[in-house]
Unconditional design. Structure first.
Length: 235
């Protein structure tokens, strides 16, 4: 298995799968990963459940899916993005394809104190699972950040809904202040929701490149026009 740092630089979202289910031993290892995942906000209750079917717009046909649920507290969307991307990187490192699905939902609604947030398809890829670094279609580092920090490249390579890359980072004094861009009012709640999840995904990539990591809200973080401050990476 490749290191997580290597996976960040070659992973891609997989939308075509071999329909055959994965071996139960692989699913068991994934379940173990779920149980040991590190939340961005440990106080927020969440669940990640393996299922075989989902429904919804723009769904991807796959042998398996992860369904992410959470209680709705401040930071819960970033938390799910942070958690889910750890699993995405794990799957990619194990040679298993995966893809975030913003509109997919559980086939059946279960009685739970947690609410559905987002889904992820996974399974053996029908085609190449990795890509070359040159094949990433991403904004330049200067377009998404200010200051210098080697970890910003990992954030730049993170996946985002419709590849919107609605994030901005300011690196200063060993810290990285993290922002999401304000959505056009016409686009509404859905894009705001995805932007928060995407920010959590990008912060996960930063965490994977950090020797030590914490995420806090700073009272004196610099403001940026057109952006909403989400938190600061320390360490």
């Amino acid at each position: 298995m490749s290191t997580t740092n290597e996976i960040i630089r070659k992973r891609k979202s997989i939308r075509k799968y071999d329909p055959a289910p994965l071996d139960w031993t692989i699913l068991k290892k994934l379940q173990s990963q779920i149980e040991n995942v590190k939340p961005l906000y440990p106080e927020i209750k969440f669940s990640a459940k393996i299922v075989n079917k989902t429904k919804g717009l723009f769904n991807v046909k796959a042998p398996h899916y992860l369904i992410f649920q959470s209680e709705e507290k401040e930071g819960y969307l970033e938390n799910i993005g942070f958690i889910g991307q750890q699993l995405d990187l794990y799957l990619s490192g194990a040679g298993i394809g995966s893809c975030w699905l913003g509109a997919a939902k559980p086939e059946k609604k279960e009685a739970s104190e947690l609410n559905h947030v987002i889904a992820m398809s996974f399974g053996n890829p029908d085609g190449a699972i990795y890509r070359e670094l040159a094949d990433f279609k991403r904004n330049k580092i200067s377009e998404i950040s200010e200051g210098s920090d080697s970890r910003l490249e990992a954030a730049r390579l993170a996946p985002s809904g419709v590849n919107a890359q609605n994030w901005h980072f300011i690196a200063e004094n060993g810290k990285i202040h993290c922002y999401r861009k304000k959505a056009n009012p016409i686009l509404g709640f859905i894009y705001d929701k995805l932007a928060c999840i995407d920010l959590g995904i990008a912060v996960c990539h930063i965490a994977e490149e950090s020797e030590s990591f914490s995420f806090i809200k700073e009272k004196d973080a610099p403001a940026r026009k057109g952006c909403i401050y989400m938190g600061t990476v320390c360490g």
